[in-house]
Design a protein around this ligand. Sequence first.
Ligand SMILES: [Zn+2]
Length: 323
Amino acid sequence: MKETPADIAPGADYMVRASAADAQLRAFAVTGRGLTQTAHESHGTSPVATAALGRTMCGALMMADMLKGEDDVLTVKIDGDGPLHGIVVTADNHGHVKGYVHEPDVWLPDRVPGHLNVGGAVGRGSLTVIRDLGLKDPYIGRITLRSGEIAEDLTYYYAESEQIPSTVGLGVLVDTDGSVLQAGGFVVQLMPAAGEEIISRLEQNLQGLPSVTEMLTDGCTPEQMLERILEGLSPVITERTEVSFRCDCSEQRCERGLILLGEKELRDLISEDRDVEMKCQFCGRRYRFTPEHLRRLLPLAVPVSREQLEGAEEDPAADDRHF
Ligand SMILES: [Zn+2]
């Protein structure tokens, strides 16, 4: 059993943030076994789907930790032509993440024995990062997928879309019964002032680095992963955050979705005279509404349909939203 720091609940997943080489480097590392297991149980994901979702969630948590505002939210959306049909993950900067894959029941032969074929399951396509900073328009960056293995794609995203030289490592190890044995990752980034010596030392460290799942299996904590990555670069841990899978869906949010359907559609549903069930894509939770409940919402509905509302303004992030 790994030692958990005093400020983190025993056995909980957590993330650390570090600065190194007099702030010429910054780095993040996270363990996500528990949150990936929760996602696996919520969505019934196959091993390759669990790995794809777990890697994306660990990456998104570290990316969201870079957000500044209390209410800022980051979404990583992967659209690929592989059998997963895409991944959507949303994280805030308080250590909460939620996510799903469009097709959770994907089975593929391993890439090489013991290595789940995440790239094959994702396929070719694009990776979009949406940062909702509470402004009118979210900040959106998009790249073409490199390998679909997620870590390499995020590395490329930072280079291409944000011009921040970065290395991202992510890994999920799934047991033969489908449960999650290990999950986690790291991000290390060069700040604009980083000198040649620092860069070559970092490269040297990264070259000899075992995979994330090997380090986690060896019992490495997030702090120890960063100690290896930043060896000889005087790392200082600056922050520690507990992380977990958490969805913010609620009956109230579902009601809002039903109200937005518009008066006509709501009347149609009521006339069917049976319960309406809504399922949250992010966590799989189900909400049931009786015809009586729907009738109470009717006075709040506007006499136009959702199609008319959506047609009025093109919203690139619309399909990432709940309901
Ligand atoms: Zn939910």
